[in-house]
Design a protein around this ligand. Sequence first.
Ligand SMILES: Cc1ncc(COP(=O)(O)O)c(C=O)c1O
Length: 440
Amino acid sequence: MSSAASNIDAYWMPFTANRDFKAKPRVITGASGHYYTTADGTKLYDLFSGLWTSGLGHCHRKIVAAVQKQVAELDYCMSFQVTNNKAIELADRVVAMAPEGLDHCFFTNSGSESVDTALKIALGYHRARGEGHRTRLIGRERGYHGVNFGGMSVGGIVPNRVAFSANLIPGVDHIGHTQDLGRNAFSRGLPEHGAELANDLQRLCDLHGGSNIAAVIVEPVAGSTGVLPPPVGYLERLREICDAHGILLIFDEVITAFGRLGTPFGADRLGVTPDIITAAKGLTNGVIPMGAVIVRDSIYDAFMQGPANMIELFHGYTYSGHPVAAAAGLATLDVYDEEGTFEQAAALEQHFEDLLHSFADHKHVVDVRNFGLMGAIEMAPRDGAPGARGGETHKKCFWEEQLVVRNGMDTLQFSPFLNSNPDEMEQAFAAIRRVLDSID
Ligand SMILES: Cc1ncc(COP(=O)(O)O)c(C=O)c1O
């Protein structure tokens, strides 16, 4: 039997400073509701609800039961040429919730796969319509669209790209990001200034020719870069420019779908309907990996041409529509309905906003941002040590306050449970204040 130390050395952790982590590992062994537990029985409050995934809390009884039942009933069946009943049912349920006109759903296993699938669908759609010259894909600086080559290429977080820069997919360009501390610092909800930043898309149309652009992909509220809600009017302007040039608008809703903004999809809350939505995370409450790409009828219909015995889209995963994942998805959607989860999330928003903005006066803090149940507290970096202040906050919260908080460099990010208890949320933010007060 190997020791705990040698075990952990075998594990190459994702998006983690492995050596620093392994010097003093933070290992979770159990979870229930809003708390994690560690091997020694310590309970930790999870202020990130998994990784933006688990809005209903951990180990929800109904989802656990559905997964247990499904795995004993149908564990797997081939996903090409044959399918399973649960995948069909879930696709139908998802499109019933989606914005009007988005009536077809393709399943993947993650957000990254949803994004690459959406980009391929966009390219295939234009080609099927005889516009195969539309090959350019546009992302946005500071966007996060997962880690596969397509998503990484349209993504705009520099460290995620830098080691692979010569091998990113060709024909991609980016519009500028929307952060503007000078005009919008400490905005509550959508920032007032910056709708005109969407005109950067018009600039790229002028540069490349709008008729050469296949699709634009943005997160309606940028998450991983540190929560950047769109300026008022910005998404509307993007939509207008896309329409003027025949460009597909893709909303990457891997975070914002399924209640994070108090509505089924971010598009509902923000009042702008894209042509394609990518989702994952909240689709199954994070219990079993699963993603989805939801498309407009006209996109699906464009593929449904030619001989009916031929495959229309040469794309798919062994685990597309996996029955156990689909059962988890169906149970999750049931719980959202039965418990009124999206309404619960909407009702928590003001309190969450007030708690976050109570940090506006803190000496380390340079900005506070929030929309729905997404929030960020941005701290100034220490001289010569960017990320150190955020990293120390994360570790102190874990070890001293039994609280799991995420930091991206010096920005603390928050994704509370959609059904959070306001008292617990208050206690968590009181703990964060103690930690910020205690560090340089
Ligand atoms: C907007 C967005 N797109 C894509 C992804 C990638 O999802 P995954 O890690 O499941 O591949 C994420 C993950 O956080 C995300 O936030």
